[in-house]
Design a protein around this ligand. Structure first.
Ligand code: ASP
Length: 361
């Protein structure tokens, strides 16, 4: 020290400074570990939440923990609408939409309408980690996944999905997602009924212009579901992930909100995260999770941000069903829903096991 011209007073000051710094760092780490890791997920997918939490608790990053959690749901085929063997489309085929987002780097990887591969969320992570792209779709997403080492091709149908599909066909392919078509009560092929053209050429006056929509709302409780999960790891980094088979009896090629960043999930580690489930065809028009995170950035609490995002959709589509959870970087969480009762699950260090929260519409 003498060599650098420090006298004993300087040395005392330097040691005091060092002690203060050490104290601050220790306090920050202790503070972080009492809040985190934290896992929030749509629905009572408790095993998936526990899997993500123990991964994060064992030092996995937020991204890898979210992948562990969503993979658990794919293996367990949560609600029969995640992983292989769920929600057949009009051709009786099961496909997977999945996404992962890193709230530190804002990188996203996603796959959509992916066939023959059961590991949706792992495929999404491969897109994020090993390509400069954000979203790969269909056959090419499957080929990419296999080339990167995921098992496949695998038949994603199950006896349950085939039985469901057969019953639907016996019921003249009702309900379905077509609108403004003839013949209405059959399995097609369909043609435009001309109604839309008539409406577009009709003067609608000053009243609100509404879509000419004859689609019945069959986005019920059991025809679809998404695992949408947020993990805050031990270092306070946040990631989100989603995986779903999308909507049952969808028109082949349909992609829902699951792989759309800002819609089914969104995260910024400086602010917090959001996850969504419900009628993705409608919800993705509003990017509700982007809305939630940006509202929290402007100072809203998670509860108000979630409610606000849901009510923006409900104002335009009063019959839609959907739900959202929001969690800020301090671990405060809340949910909001419309058209159905929503449940989401949470696991934090102060809980002995994952806990389910129920939100009324
Ligand atoms: N949002 C999903 C979709 O539309 C389904 C769901 O979460 O219920 O594909």
């Amino acid at each position: 020290m003498e060599r650098f011209g420090l006298d004993s007073k300087d040395r005392l000051r330097a040691s005091a400074l060092l002690l203060i710094l050490l104290f601050q760092v220790t306090e920050r780490v202790a503070g972080a570990s009492s809040l985190y890791p934290l896992v929030v997920s749509t629905w009572p997918f408790l095993e998936a939440v526990e899997r993500a939490w123990s991964a994060a608790n064992n030092g996995y990053s937020a991204v890898d923990s979210v992948v562990e959690g969503c993979s658990a749901c794919e293996e367990l085929r949560c609600d029969g609408t995640v992983g292989p063997g769920g929600s057949p489309d009009e051709n009786g085929e099961t496909t997977i939409d999945a996404m992962v987002m890193d709230g530190v780097t804002m990188e996203v990887g996603a796959v959509a309408a992916m066939r023959y591969i059961k590991d949706g969320i792992k495929a999404a992570r491969l897109v994020m980690r090993h390509t400069g792209h954000t979203l790969l779709v269909g056959e090419k997403a499957s080929a990419f996944s296999i080339s990167m080492g995921l098992p496949g091709p695998t038949d994603l149908s199950s006896p349950e999905s085939i039985e469901k599909w057969n019953k639907w066909k016996e019921n003249n392919c009702q309900p379905n997602f077509w609108k403004n078509v003839v013949p209405a009560n059959s399995c097609g092929p369909y043609h435009s009924n001309g109604l839309l053209l008539a409406a577009e050429t009709t003067c609608l006056g000053d009243g609100p212009r509404r879509a000419v929509e004859l689609r019945s709302n069959h986005f019920g409780l059991h025809s679809h579901d998404t695992i949408s999960m947020a993990v805050i790891d031990k270092f306070g980094h946040i990631a989100v992930g989603t995986s779903t088979n999308g909507a049952t009896f969808k028109i082949p090629g349909r992609v829902g909100d699951g792989p759309i960043a800002g819609s089914s999930a969104y995260v910024d580690s400086d602010i917090g995260a959001c996850g969504a489930t419900g009628d993705g065809d409608i919800m993705m028009r509003f990017l509700p999770c982007y809305q939630v995170v940006e509202s929290m950035r402007l100072g809203m609490m998670p509860k108000d941000a979630a409610k606000d995002a849901i009510s923006r959709i409900a104002r335009k589509f009063p019959d839609f069903v959907g739900a959202i959870f929001a969690v800020n970087k301090n671990g405060t969480h809340a949910g909001a829903c419309h058209g159905w009762t929503f449940q989401y699950s949470v696991r934090s260090p102060e809980m002995h096991s994952a806990k389910v929260f129920t939100v009324l519409p």
